[in-house]
Design a binder for this molecule. Structure first.
Ligand code: NDP
Length: 330
């Protein structure tokens, strides 16, 4: 009998889809070209939705959950990778369409893999993970739209979460004045340490507002969506850029055209899942230069894969601070 390994597999149990720890063999894995000995994955909001079954994330079942992973190539039928290479993957439908990272072994399409930048350990790449890489995509979007630190303050919503924590760290390191919106005052010291200079209670942004409000932000990284996104668009300065990357409070957007046609506000969507390989490589190499190692450690903690079902409930409830690395071998 072939050796078994552990994975968190989403399957239908009594009419509900939930992710649970299961034992798989190599024969269970899909027929992809690169076999990876996975060391770490991470906990992202989407993982929380998938494992808890709160939303229909998995496009087919059974599905190994986990939208990202980092590990070592064991064998490869592709000339892009060889045994011993350190690789990471995120997005491209991992954990949704393709078996993902909550697994001690994974077979992956080589086109989904990125070589781990030399500055990072496997654990550090997953401390950043999909959330941190999405934060970097948002920063790159600011730069493409010409939003400069000298232009004025930027706002990060959902500040104490994964995307928010990394966004604050990156923006502050690049010299931006960063205002953080959080619903958890107990995280103020943590967020100050990451680089936030002042705070807005998230309640202030979630109440229904005017279509146009006083101009405050030259850039916004919004992870919350819904009324909060509408309000921050209304508060964005002429020509400023709102990077819309999340839906922690909802996927609707009750806004008007006024901020766009009267102030030229740019609403820029951030899609980490299908970002081009060029953009991924650019994002990971900028993370390697722009994110201090000690900050990565401050933001993250490591938890065993067996705890993923409980952690999934916590992240969906907005109770996780920063980033959680998942040790798939613990
Ligand atoms: P986290 O759960 O770590 O962070 C989300 C934060 O949002 C929470 O910590 C909390 O921050 C705030 N929040 C939670 N619930 C609410 C609510 N009901 N109303 C207002 N604020 C709330 O998740 P991630 O950082 O991993 O992801 C953030 C969002 O970005 C998610 O919606 C996720 O799906 C999305 N995302 C999108 C990607 C893309 O490709 N576009 C890639 C990665 C993530 P606080 O306690 O500080 O208020």
């Amino acid at each position: 009998m072939s050796e078994t390994f552990n994975a968190i597999v989403a399957a239908e149990v009594e009419g509900k889809v939930k992710g649970q720890l299961q034992h798989l063999t190599l024969n269970d894995l899909p027929k992809e070209e690169v076999l990876v000995d996975v060391s770490y994955s991470s906990l992202n909001f989407k993982d929380g939705l998938a494992v808890s079954g709160k939303r229909n994330i998995c496009k087919r079942l059974p599905m190994v959950c986990g939208i990202d992973l980092a590990g070592t190539v064991i064998e490869s039928a592709s000339d892009k990778y060889k045994a011993g290479d350190l690789v990471l993957a995120n997005g491209y439908g991992l954990g949704e369409n393709y078996w993902g990272g909550y697994s001690q072994k994974a077979r992956i399409n080589p086109d989904f893999l990125v070589k781990v930048p030399e500055t990072f350990t496997l654990q550090e790449t997953m401390a950043i993970g999909t959330a941190g890489y999405t934060a970097m995509l948002s920063v790159l979007m600011f730069e493409r739209q010409g939003v400069k630190p000298s232009d004025g303050p930027v706002l990060v919503t959902g500040a104490a979460g994964g995307v928010g924590s990394v966004a604050i760290t990156l923006l502050s390191n690049l010299g931006y004045e960063v205002v953080a919106s959080t619903g958890r005052p107990e995280t103020h010291a943590y967020l100050t340490d990451l680089g936030a200079s002042s705070f807005i209670d998230r309640e202030e942004l979630s109440a229904k507002g005017e279509p146009l409000a006083a101009e405050k932000w030259v850039g916004v990284v919004d992870t919350v969506g819904s009324q909060t996104l509408a309000n921050v668009i209304a508060q964005t300065r002429r020509g400023g850029c709102v990077a819309a990357c999340g839906l922690a409070s909802g996927f609707d957007l009750p806004t008007s055209v006024f901020p766009f046609i009267l102030r030229g506000v740019i609403l820029a969507g951030i899609d980490s899942v299908m970002a081009t390989m060029d953009l991924r490589i650019q994002a990971w190499s900028r993370l390697a230069t722009d994110l201090a190692k000690e900050k990565i450690n401050n933001i993250s903690r490591v938890e065993p894969m067996s705890d993923v079902p409980a952690l999934a409930e916590q992240i969906v409830a907005g109770k996780i601070r920063g980033r959680v690395v998942i040790d798939v071998n613990a």
